[in-house]
Write a protein that binds this ligand. Structure first.
Ligand SMILES: *[C@@H]1O[C@H](CO)[C@@H](O)[C@H](O)[C@H]1NC(C)=O
Length: 323
């Protein structure tokens, strides 16, 4: 009995001791778990906030992932050009900046120097044109160094994180255009009883309403550098003449050209857009009528409608909370 009693006591004591140990241990474990979970969450979020860290660009080896060249079209708005260049110079995957210059006078020495001072890490080049034509923005650039071209107007700015996302998407589909400003071309059923379909160029609201688009505008789009060569040397000259004369629609022609070569739709990427200039020609009256005229003219020149419709939109999944 005594033996048993002491055994029982021993047992009880062991259990009690164990309980005493496990109690705090459990809490400690729980605490550990909570702390590490919070830490993981914080790390994940901080990589979201510090979105331009070098972690995005590691393990890049082949030439197509070396970075992208920015092609800025500008016209006598030096303060916008400075603002754009000083911003893009901070983007981690930038390879070079190319300024398409079509003014009668070359850039002044002071502008030249101040712009070069803004860009330390990447290359900055001016491409001086003597003729003033919208086709200048798509002239072939020899020894570009990278395949990816980001074509952009001087009055819109995109954060480096948006460029990163679009560049990633473009690398997965380098034959098509990847951009931030979608537009839709639709068939006008009221007038299509003739032999040829009659197309209408639609503005942003049509994309918003239908969720479909068939172009992304070259005012903010990635494309392969080969399309500069094709636009300048292989596209019918009549299209380029029409664009020079009408001072419009070079972006529509580029979309037709890329679609004709790739047979694929463009890709719309969600990005933040900061408009830094005053509103351009797109706000003037009669704009969509003139664009509609271009679309139908190019359909005739291409011998058909090459544009492909889609409703795909690429987004950064880190910015999405619910699936
Ligand atoms: C469109 O693509 C076809 C087939 O590749 C080609 O023969 C034609 O020249 C292209 N059209 C234009 C206008 O570039």
């Amino acid at each position: 009995m005594v033996m048993r009693g002491s055994l029982l006591n021993n047992h009880r004591r062991t259990v009690q001791r164990l309980r005493q140990m496990i109690g705090p241990l459990k809490i400690k474990l729980l605490l550990c778990f909570c702390i590490s979970f919070t830490a993981i969450l914080l790390l994940a979020r901080s990589s979201f906030f510090v979105h331009d860290s070098d972690s995005d660009s590691d393990s890049d080896s082949d030439s197509s992932s070396k970075g992208y060249a920015i092609l800025i079209n500008t016209w006598k708005r030096y303060h916008l050009l400075k603002q754009s260049i000083s911003h893009y110079a901070t983007c981690p995957r930038l390879h070079s900046i190319h300024v398409v210059w079509s003014e009668p006078h070359p850039p002044s020495h002071s502008l030249h120097t101040s712009l070069h001072n803004l860009v330390s890490r990447a290359e900055l080049r001016f491409h001086i044109n003597h003729e003033d034509s919208l086709n200048n923005r798509f002239k072939e650039i020899k020894d570009l160094g990278v395949d990816a071209v980001f074509s952009v107007d001087d009055d819109v700015i995109f954060p480096c994180s948006s460029l990163n996302l679009a560049f990633d998407v473009w690398q997965a589909a380098p034959n098509t255009m990847v951009g931030f400003v979608p537009r839709r071309v639709s068939v006008d059923h009221s007038q299509s009883q003739g032999t040829k379909g009659y197309y209408i160029y639609n503005g942003w609201w049509s994309v918003w309403w239908t969720g479909t688009y068939s172009m992304v505008l070259s005012k903010a789009a990635f494309f392969h550098k080969k399309y500069l060569r094709i636009y300048t040397n292989e596209m019918p000259a009549s299209i380029r003449h029409f664009i020079t004369k009408n001072r419009n629609c070079e972006d529509i022609a580029m979309s037709f050209l890329v679609a004709n070569v790739s047979g694929a739709p463009p890709i719309w990427v969600k990005g933040k857009i900061y408009e830094i200039g005053s509103t351009g020609i797109s706000s003037l009256g009669g704009h969509t009528e003139r664009r509609t005229e271009c679309v139908n003219r190019f359909v005739a020149e291409f011998g058909g409608m090459p544009l492909v419709s889609t409703s795909v939109k690429a987004i950064d999944s880190r910015g999405v909370w619910f699936w």
